[in-house]
Design a protein around this ligand. Structure first.
Ligand code: CUA
Length: 337
């Protein structure tokens, strides 16, 4: 037994390749993977991917085997391979049958009707901007508000998301929930998102849209229905006013240094429309289009170094603040929850 194992190094190499590939496959279970579905639409994409991958792998194996036979096989095998019937079966019949089967499977899978949208449910619109996502929520009960870089949906029910762009082509891709859909100038596309379990995953712009395209990401949060309702109500209301002297100083700096020219903070007298609405920015999961953590140091970094962090974005770098002013501004923004 031992001798046989030792005499088969090729087999062991195969095993070690398999073990080595395990971490790579584990990466597929990530927060931004089409192979880690959190909803029925993404499940269909994942099933199709696996069926296509396994079928193609199987066919590739057969082709390699036949090539090996044709090159190294015995005379009789090579003669058999050259036979007209074998060439016809392998070259015409086999591809026609397999491709027809795979095509039928994919058409049947993708033509399944999407779950109907519940009338009166929340509506979401997303606008592709110069490397961030403007998000409008309408809770279906007369309340609406604007947010940025975060798509929150309730678990269990399909939500309609309308996609447009403010400038060039972008592509909305939340791989754990659905396939990609382009955001096209002058057009509104509609995608349905449905999550079957709560959790935080990540989405990404999937169409090259300029220098910082790769840094145009967003968080996707699926919440239980009751928590979602509570969140919607909280977001539709203005934030609490700044409490500490440092936060009040930050608020003053914000209002006096041109920030309201681009950013809105409901209830604070800031109504800019160019950059993201900051009304509840401190309550978001990340900053800068899901590329920075959400804490006061990250606010300070973004205000001072945003052109290094995301070159070419529409916000100028603000080098005018002292360290303590930056800290005050960051404290103010971080408490906007
Ligand atoms: Cu937006 Cu790429």
């Amino acid at each position: 037994m031992t001798r046989r194992k030792m005499a088969n190094p090729a087999g062991w190499r195969l095993v070690s390749v398999g073990v080595g590939a395990a971490p790579l496959l584990a990466a597929c279970q990530g927060v931004q993977s089409a192979l880690s579905p959190h909803g029925p639409e993404a499940q269909r994409v994942a099933s199709l991917s696996w069926v296509m991958f396994v079928s193609a792998g199987f066919i590739l194996l057969i082709v390699i085997l036949l090539c090996a036979l044709a090159i190294y096989g015995r005379e009789a095998w090579r003669g058999w391979l050259a036979h007209e019937n074998v060439v016809f079966s392998g070259g015409v019949t086999f591809p026609v049958v397999t491709l027809t089967a795979l095509l039928s499977y994919s058409l049947a899978l993708t033509s399944k009707a999407e779950a109907p949208i519940v009338v009166g449910g929340p509506k979401i619109s997303v606008v592709g901007e110069r490397w961030w996502w403007r998000v409008f929520y309408d809770d279906g009960a007369g309340r609406s508000f604007e947010s940025g870089n975060e798509i929150r949906i309730p678990v269990g029910r399909p939500v309609e998301v309308r996609l447009t762009t403010a400038d060039v082509l972008h592509s909305f891709w939340a791989p754990t929930l659905a396939g990609k859909l382009d955001m096209i100038p002058g057009r509104t596309n509609t995608i349905t998102l449905q999550a079957t379990k709560p959790g935080v995953t990540r989405g990404q712009c999937a169409e090259y849209c300029g220098g910082a395209h790769a840094l145009m990401a967003f968080d996707v949060v699926a919440m239980p229905e009751a928590a979602y309702r509570e969140w919607l109500a909280r977001m539709a209301a203005p934030p609490k006013p700044p409490a500490s002297p440092q936060e009040r100083e930050g608020s003053k700096l914000f209002m006096e240094n041109g920030c309201p020219g681009c950013h809105a903070i409901r209830g604070a007298g800031a109504a800019g429309r160019i950059g993201p609405d900051l009304t509840h920015v401190g309550g978001r999961l990340s900053l800068g289009g899901a590329i920075l953590s959400n804490d006061p140091p990250a606010f300070a970094r973004w205000i001072r170094d945003n052109q290094q962090i995301k070159p070419g974005n529409l916000m100028p770098r603000y080098a005018i603040f002292t360290e303590s002013e930056l800290a005050a501004l960051s404290a103010y923004l971080a408490q906007l929850k």
